[in-house]
Design a protein around this ligand. Structure first.
Ligand SMILES: [Zn+2]
Length: 322
């Protein structure tokens, strides 16, 4: 974590924290951990300079919420792949009555308006016990448009005298509505799980494949092999139209492969492809299949004879000229 992240709990303890804060970057654990820390600082009953004390009833119940959240994350990762049995999960978590954590249920791709409503209702009431209220939305980037707009209306309402704080957690602030961003303080925790290194074996395999790049008609086959490898490296994240993580992993693997190439033109082409892959989520947002995206990008960067055809030209339209 960085200095800004250390600063936030202090601002919260002193009652000077902005009402809506977007916590972006870092890992999922970094973002959630900071949210709980800020929550304790906001609700702790001690004098400002002692917040969070970690001992009062408020601090302890926020901690309890934290352990429960960690246990759920662990359980979810252990039964990954299995059919989640949380179809009716409302998503709102509550141990401390004035600290509400909204998490996207693992079985769902987005946070729907029905999950946002309990939080919005609570925000219209006075705190139960503490000095103020804290609302945390994990994966705020997965709020669907209705949910995001409902939340926005609540942010725009006057708060009265009791402090009310919203913490919106997202890997990238850019994935939140501009209107939400303009009403919030955005804090970036630095590169986190968006920069997870690809698996070593996968990268070695990609590098080997790259070195065998043909200069003739078999290049279509070679491109298909390259696509397979990049899809494997990107993993399931490539299916998520909002996630950039998989694209970042693929881009990083291609950058590493570029470093091993002897031919200068090959190296330049690989680096250009890597930079395209960093932007490829823009194509994915149009629901183009990951495999098609990679093939299109590879074609536009790697063909030695460069007649522009089919999907390559539509990629050029969407991404700009190569
Ligand atoms: Zn305390």
């Amino acid at each position: 974590m960085n200095r800004i992240a250390d600063e936030l709990p202090r601002l919260a303890a002193e009652g000077r924290l902005y009402p809506s804060v977007i916590v972006s970057g870092g890992t999922t654990d970094d973002r959630l951990g900071l949210a709980f820390e800020i929550g304790r600082a906001l609700l702790c009953e001690r004098a400002p300079q002692e917040r969070p004390c970690g001992e009062c009833g408020h601090c302890r119940r926020v901690d309890k919420d934290r352990y429960a959240s960690e246990a759920r994350a662990k359980a979810a990762s252990e039964k990954k792949g299995g059919k989640a049995d949380e179809e009716n999960d409302e998503g709102v978590r509550q141990g401390h009555p004035d600290f509400l954590l909204l998490e996207r249920p693992p079985a769902r791709r987005d946070i729907r308006i029905g999950m946002v409503r309990p939080l919005v209702r609570a925000a219209q009431m006075s705190p139960f016990e503490a000095r103020g209220q804290v609302f945390v939305i994990a994966d705020a980037n997965t709020l669907n448009p209705h949910g995001a707009n409902t939340l926005l209306k609540t942010l725009e309402e006057p708060t009265g005298t009791t402090p009310r704080h919203f913490l919106l957690l997202a890997a990238s602030a850019q994935e939140l509505l501009p209107t939400l961003r303009s009403r919030s303080l955005t804090v970036y925790l630095g590169p986190g799980d968006a920069h997870v290194a690809p698996d070593d074996g996968q990268t070695t395999d990609l590098v080997e494949h790259w070195r065998r790049r043909p200069s003739d008609a078999s290049s279509a086959l070679w491109t298909a092999g390259l696509t397979d490898r990049l899809v494997a490296i990107g993993g399931k994240d490539l299916d998520d139209v909002r996630a950039r993580r998989g694209w970042n992993r693929a881009a990083r693997a291609v950058t590493e492969a570029a470093g091993t190439l002897d031919d200068r033109d090959d190296r330049a082409a690989a680096l250009a492809l890597a930079s395209d892959l960093l932007d490829a989520h823009r194509l994915r947002e149009r629901y183009i299949q990951p495999r098609r995206i990679i093939e299109g990008l590879a074609a536009r960067r790697l063909r030695r004879d460069r007649p522009e055809t089919g999907f390559e030209s539509s990629v050029n339209v969407l991404m700009g000229p190569p």
